[in-house]
Write a protein that binds this ligand. Structure first.
Ligand code: SF4
Length: 144
């Protein structure tokens, strides 16, 4: 799926937002991990600064408990396949949620949907899987 607005067969060259970016000053806080194991998206855009990250990081890596959005780096990112982001493709291939694509009225709130890389690639099915993706799983892996 290509939501770039042009020829659907053409490569998507529009600058997109990465919905699972490293936490850095200037990143947008996209959502917070809830007790249900899902990311709950904010309804209002919030840009984080170093003070926020320092405070939030006192309890471990912030990417294990929060998701941040930043500029999609395309070929500058190890997850880039050459034409698309591999993270959402792999997640959708493995998660049942992807097969239960939400209808538009049930899409979760999201401050970056207009230029989200994953939504541009996969549409609402990406949003159905998105809340199950944690950027940094080191803590969880270590706890298993
Ligand atoms: S996949 Fe959907 S919910 Fe997740 S960041 Fe992109 S637009 Fe937002």
């Amino acid at each position: 799926m290509d939501r770039g607005g042009g020829d659907p067969a053409a490569p998507d060259t529009r600058q997109r937002s990465c919905p699972s970016a490293p936490a850095a000053p200037g990143s947008l806080l996209l959502g917070v991990l809830g007790a249900d194991g899902r990311i709950h998206n904010l309804r209002t855009a919030m840009t984080v600064d170093q003070d926020f990250l320092d405070a939030a990081g006192t309890n471990g890596p912030v990417e294990a408990r929060m998701r941040f959005a930043g500029r999609c780096q395309t070929s500058g990112c190890s997850q880039w396949t050459g034409t698309r982001c591999g993270v959402i493709d792999r997640a959708m291939a493995h998660l049942e949620a992807a097969r239960q694509s939400p209808v538009a009225a049930d899409l979760p709130p999201c401050v970056i949907r207009g230029d989200c890389r994953w939504f541009a690639q996969a549409g609402p099915a990406a949003c159905g899987t998105c809340s199950l993706i944690v950027t940094d799983t080191r803590e969880m892996t270590a706890a298993e």
